[in-house]
Design a protein around this ligand. Structure first.
Ligand code: CA
Ligand code: CA
Length: 162
């Protein structure tokens, strides 16, 4: 393969990568990769300012999954992210910038059915976004659920600041 061919092939890939953010997720796409608890996204560990984005369109709830926010509905469109705390201090997590009505819940523990709730919120962020603050413990991996309030769905942004 000569250089010209490589360049021609690389351009669409690069373009897809650059455009691979919130605006290009097709509405008919399959369930998101981090729908299942066992396939959670991993936020960059040991970083105090980390963020992730994705969508909960066509996400599902799992058997035994906790209710993430009591004023909302059952966990029906949850997606999961993990984050390991780099130090013991107060951490803030929010979903500001998401384009649907999120709820946000944070847990620690291993199995989905045995999680210990740490914090949960519906609308303390900007607009209908969620925000929690809690005292993180160095080295602990936190399990973060972004779910919909009611049947809301769309693209989310998740940010961790500590
Ligand atoms: Ca799910
Ligand atoms: Ca909300």
């Amino acid at each position: 393969m000569n250089r010209t061919t490589v360049r021609a092939l690389a351009t669409p890939v690069l373009a897809a990568g650059l455009l691979g953010g919130l605006a290009t997720v097709p509405a008919h796409a399959a369930e998101p990769r981090n729908d299942l608890y066992s396939r959670a996204d991993n936020l960059t560990p040991q970083r105090c300012d980390a963020s992730a984005e994705g969508r909960n369109t066509q996400a599902t709830g799992q058997t035994g999954e906790p209710v993430h926010y009591s004023a909302g509905s059952l966990p029906v469109q949850s997606v999961w992210t993990t984050w390991q705390a780099p130090r013991s201090r107060t951490v803030v997590m929010n979903t500001n910038g998401s384009d649907f009505d999120t709820v946000l819940a944070v847990y620690r523990g291993g199995r989905l059915t045995q999680l210990s709730p740490i914090a949960a919120d519906d609308d303390s962020g900007d607009g209908l976004a969620s925000r929690v603050a809690f005292d993180a413990i160095r080295g602990v991996t936190y399990r973060i659920a972004v779910d919909s309030f009611g049947s809301a769905e769309g693209n989310y942004l998740l940010r961790v600041i500590c």
